[in-house]
Write a protein that binds this ligand. Structure first.
Ligand code: SF4
Length: 257
């Protein structure tokens, strides 16, 4: 953005329809305007700069994933495996931490995350796993089941979460408790008991130390079926809450597929 700003007259004249040159530069950076939308810029002079592709969200995820990879790759693998509920091994390629994420096996090696012996290319899987490993959470489960909204700074996720996760599960498995139980089992879930009463409660480990409790109430004459997803309050020790929210969303997508 600064590079673009430096090319402008910086008089904040507003002829481009944007009040300041800085705001204009930001719009150009985000590909909402072109540099030559400023009447003082000669297109031929700037074409090479404006042809640079804009930074996309995928680029940002890739950048975050690369930063976390460096940190996760530097931890003591043996200690980390113990802390996060993974399995430590020394294989042909060196030290490895084997970890399950949503019932799928992954290997953390010094050179990054692998899936079925192939380098993982999904930025979000990498971000979640690297953050989980580098934090080495190491806190026992508290036994306090909480909803996502319990954790700080999750207000923006809560409504979307109810709609896209809990209501979705309730609608899809309405009058189909058998189907719900079968799906939970397929994803490695174990029928569980909790402090609350529900027609069915299942524990599914999103990551070894991050269990998700699926609580389901069947429909009756008065109320439709409903579902609540709970996490143990220790989850924030293990993973950034933004990433946790995303992990749960991904789980629900997979669950209802
Ligand atoms: S027209 Fe050009 S100089 Fe004027 S505010 Fe917009 S960018 Fe700045």
């Amino acid at each position: 953005m600064i590079e673009i700003y430096k090319k402008l007259p910086r008089t904040n004249c507003g002829k481009c329809g944007v009040p300041t040159c800085m705001a204009f530069a930001l719009k150009v950076k985000n590909a909402q305007l072109r540099l030559w939308d400023c009447p003082y810029i000669v297109r031929e002079d700037v074409e090479p700069v404006s042809q640079k592709p804009p930074v996309t969200m995928d680029d940002n995820y890739e950048r975050v994933s690369n930063e976390l990879e460096v940190e996760a790759g530097q931890v003591n693998f043996k200690e980390a495996a113990l802390a996060i509920g993974g399995h430590f091994e020394v294989g042909k390629s060196g030290e490895i931490i084997k970890v399950m994420m949503m019932n799928k096996p992954y290997e953390m090696r010094r050179e990054g995350l692998f899936e079925n012996d192939v380098s993982c290319h999904d930025s979000w899987s990498k971000i979640i796993m690297y953050d989980y490993i580098r934090r080495m959470g190491c806190k026992p489960l508290t036994g306090d089941w909480v909803t996502l909204g319990y954790f700080p700074n999750t207000a923006s996720h809560v409504k979307a979460f109810q709609r896209s996760a809990e209501e979705k599960v309730a609608t899809i498995f309405n009058k189909n408790l058998r189907g719900l139980k079968a799906r939970c089992k397929e994803l490695g879930g174990v029928e569980s008991q909790g402090k609350m009463k529900a027609d069915y409660i299942c524990r599914i480990d999103l990551l070894p130390r991050i269990p998700l409790y699926v609580c389901f109430w069947e429909a009756d004459e008065e109320f439709p079926a409903s579902c609540k997803l709970f996490l143990d309050s220790s989850a924030e020790t293990y993973i950034d809450i933004e990433y946790l929210a995303y992990l749960v969303e991904r789980f629900v997508e997979k669950f209802v597929k």
